[in-house]
Write a protein of this length. Structure first.
Length: 477
């Protein structure tokens, strides 16, 4: 089956065909870093990580851009309350660093470019000048506004057709031609940072940065653009209006993807509602990958209502998946390929192939992770049953491990358990050598040294288990 993506622009699942075969240009709206990253943010970026990883798994080369909004009212307010307005840059620096560190812990792949607004002021000013020259924008009291009535496709993404519903930026309504015009450039306020332009000093409005940086790094038209659902209106609607007016293109972006809210007691998790749970708080109690597993267990478009109980459940599931993988790795370490196998073994292997295909097909259906996970569990339960029955065969284990490796490629959830194939053999040989060295010391009653080796291995997350006639090793966190 061809990959289908639900496109917010058409409200339909569409076959995915990038503008250039084999290459996917993807822009994801990044954070406004003025406070700790919360698990609502994590949901959106984990979802796009899965989307990117799956596209790569399917053979596409993905170019992934994510902006950092490093100037904004909220950032300046936070600076005023903490480090002082003159040191405002410290706020986005501090919190964007934290943002990436938090995502790294969940093995969320970093974007190829993370352009910052303040480093693209010249490009932004140029684009605004073009919009003024073309008659889509006007200057008013040192600010510049986009004149929505001049652009006929306004509302195409949000499907909001009643103009009265378009009202935005109501605090400056007196200086705009219409209540729904929005700022491209905001004139400087006393004491705040500013840049000089032909219309006077000021700083960019929020929406223009994504239009400018998206097309600077990905071209005047590109394949995927997205963020959380709250960005559909006005942010993405405005981005489209600016881009299509400036570059004379339609559609500016082919597929729009929006992630459902992470809610808590049914309400969107957001700083303004005061119901946020910082990612760091979850990490102090759970492995970061437990949170990732929890977030991808639901389909990305459905709302996900957070509870600690559900997270506990995810922790148990994560342990199950991880231990299962370790068991298969451990089994294969001591086994050799058999010269012949029975028909029942071939059937077992087929079962994994079929479930693997269903797993991938689920993801091809608009990245349906919740369905895909059900097939993963079918595999785990099936193979676990064979283990209990003492019928785990070498071919079944190999096929299963291949599948778990693919699962990891697409989710990053087994990064701590799986060693890259290319170095696995060498790593295994090296471990054999270290275990043997320790046993030589034990036999010579050199217990201090033997224990030292065991302790050092444990520090780096490798546990030795002494069995009756041999010592085995397992990877731990
Ligand atoms: P912000 O820094 O608030 O602009 O948010 C960064 C990204 O996180 C945006 O794409 C938001 O849509 C997304 N986001 C924020 N809160 C949530 C939430 N509760 N659930 C899902 N995504 C969210
Ligand atoms: Zn944006």
């Amino acid at each position: 089956m061809q990959l289908l993506i639900y496109n917010t622009l058409t409200r339909m699942k569409e076959p995915f065909e990038p503008l250039t075969p084999g290459i996917v240009r993807m822009y994801v709206c990044g954070p406004t870093p003025y406070d700790h990253t919360h698990i609502g943010h994590a949901r959106t970026y984990v979802a796009f990580d899965l989307i990117r990883r799956f596209l790569e798994f399917e053979g596409y080369t993905v170019i992934h851009v994510m902006n950092i909004t490093d100037i904004d009212d909220k950032i300046l307010r936070k600076a005023r309350e903490t480090v002082g307005l003159e040191k405002w840059k410290e706020i986005p620096d501090k919190y964007s660093k934290e943002f990436f560190e938090v995502l790294d812990k969940m093995y969320v792949k970093r974007p190829h470019y993370a352009p910052r607004v303040t480093e693209h002021i010249e490009d932004i000013v140029k684009t605004i000048s073009i919009l003024i020259d073309k008659g889509y924008a006007y200057v008013s009291q040192g600010s510049v506004y986009f004149e929505v009535d001049k652009y006929s496709r306004y509302g195409q993404l949000s499907k909001i057709t009643r103009r009265e519903s378009w009202r935005q930026e109501m605090d400056v309504v007196a200086e705009k031609k219409k209540p729904y015009d929005f700022a491209l450039w905001k004139r400087a306020k006393p004491g705040e940072p500013y840049w000089n332009t032909p219309w006077g000093p000021g700083r960019p409005g929020w929406h223009i940065e994504c239009t400018v940086m998206g097309s600077k790094y990905l071209g005047v038209q590109f394949d995927i653009h997205g963020g959380g659902q709250d960005l559909i209106f006005p942010h993405h609607e405005n981005e489209i209006a600016q881009a299509e007016a400036c570059y004379d293109v339609h559609p500016w972006v082919k597929y729009w993807i929006h992630i459902g809210y992470l809610t808590i007691k049914g309400e969107k998790m957001s700083k303004s509602l005061g119901n946020i749970i910082p990612v760091q708080e979850v990490f102090s109690k759970y492995d970061p990958l437990v949170l990732k597993l929890y977030l991808i267990s639901a389909h990305y478009r459905t709302p996900l209502d957070f509870s600690w109980d559900a997270l506990n459940h995810a922790a148990a599931t994560y342990n199950k998946i991880e231990n299962f993988t370790k068991t298969i790795i451990g089994y294969l370490r001591d086994e050799e390929p058999p010269s012949s196998v029975g028909e029942d073994v071939a059937k077992d292997v087929m079962k994994i192939s079929v479930e693997r295909e269903k797993f991938l097909e689920s993801l091809r259906e608009d990245f349906n992770t919740s369905k895909a996970m059900a097939h993963l569990h079918t595999v785990i339960n099936f193979v676990n049953r064979r283990i209990v029955e003492n019928r785990l065969s070498y071919p079944l284990a190999v096929k299963t491990l291949e599948f778990m490796r693919e699962f990891n490629e697409i989710t990053g959830l087994l990064e701590k358990v799986l060693v890259p194939v290319s170095s696995e053999e060498k790593f295994t040989e090296l471990m054999k050598l270290i275990v043997e060295l320790r046993n030589i010391h034990r036999r010579a009653k050199n217990y201090e040294l033997a224990d030292w080796i065991r302790g050092k291995l444990s520090e780096i997350g490798i546990k030795l288990i002494d069995q009756k006639d041999k010592t085995i090793w397992v990877l731990e966190h």
